[in-house]
Write a new protein. Structure first.
Length: 277
């Protein structure tokens, strides 16, 4: 029995030391240029080049063959995707699941539409790993991961929503608030897996205060919280400190965005995944 955790690269995790884990890259496309969201991506350079690029840019999800490659060699697969409301990743993963089971009828494959992305996916994968270490069966692990994912949430605080709007992932009206007016948008992943704006404001202090208030409303348990940032470690650390002050000692860690999330969250953006009600 060989169990593997697989996720698309919107989880911002390329490797997981000592764990059978595979990340399936999404791609960022700007004219002739294609950036693959894997360990070889030069992120600062991608962000610089995108900033200078005046044409249309977008992204593409993994195809069925990409998922199949990632499944190859394992017989228990727990795969996670970015929300199906914003990407085709879930749909291609489900097709790969069917094909893999045709090739290998004994194999067990879960595909979880996380209705979220980034650090919320990290929490769910950590839960799967915990269950695996505790020796839980595939079925128990799948059920517990699905249940857990109903109690995890995602916030994001973005300086600009230009790429989200230009790619039809958020309305131009919502996006116009950010960027154009220099107002930061704080939002959440809705229960349907779409972007839900919660608050607009200038200055990080106000954004942090709004995040703390929203964490109360979403009943952050004071348990696990993961922050992903796009070239904004300072804000991530400051937020972590404020959360610790308000909620007491909790399990917080910070990591950088990789290609896909960096493209949409843009420079300065933060994403926060946490355990709630
Ligand atoms: O299939 C594709 O091309 C990928 C499309 C992804 C679109 C959205 C990515 C958002 C990443 C921005 C803030 C988080 C929003 C989460 C809402 C559920 C990061």
């Amino acid at each position: 029995m060989k169990r593997r955790i697989v996720s698309d690269s919107s989880a911002n995790m390329q490797v997981w030391m000592g764990i059978d884990f595979v990340s399936v890259p999404l791609k960022i496309i700007a004219g002739e240029r294609e950036y693959v969201d894997d360990a070889s991506l030069d992120l600062p350079r991608m962000l610089d080049e995108l900033q200078d690029y005046k044409g249309k840019s977008g992204t593409s999800c993994p195809n069925v063959a990409d998922w199949l490659d990632a499944f190859q060699g394992a017989d228990e697969i727990l795969a996670l995707t970015i929300t199906s409301a914003l990407s085709g990743s879930y749909s291609t993963a489900v097709q790969a699941q069917a094909e893999y089971k045709e090739l290998l009828p004994e194999a067990k494959v879960m595909v979880l539409d996380t209705l979220s992305t980034g650090p919320e996916m990290v929490l769910i994968m950590e839960k799967i790993q915990e269950l695996t270490e505790a020796g839980r069966s595939f079925e128990e692990t799948e059920a517990a991961a699905r249940e857990y994912s109903r109690h995890t949430h995602l916030f994001f605080a973005l300086e600009s929503m230009k790429n989200l709007a230009n790619n039809g992932r958020v309305s131009h009206t919502v996006a116009a608030l950010a960027g154009l007016l220099g107002i930061r948008v704080l939002g959440a992943a809705s229960e349907e897996g779409t972007l839900l704006p919660l608050h607009n404001g200038r200055g990080w202090k106000r954004t942090f205060r709004a995040i703390l208030e929203e964490l109360e409303k979403y009943v952050f348990s004071g348990g696990k919280l993961r922050i992903a940032h796009c070239q904004n470690l300072t804000a991530a650390e400051e937020l972590a400190e404020m959360i610790t002050r308000q909620f007491g000692k909790c399990d917080i860690s910070i990591h950088p965005c990789t290609g896909l999330c960096a493209f949409y969250a843009e420079r300065g953006g933060l994403m926060v995944g946490f355990e709630g009600a």
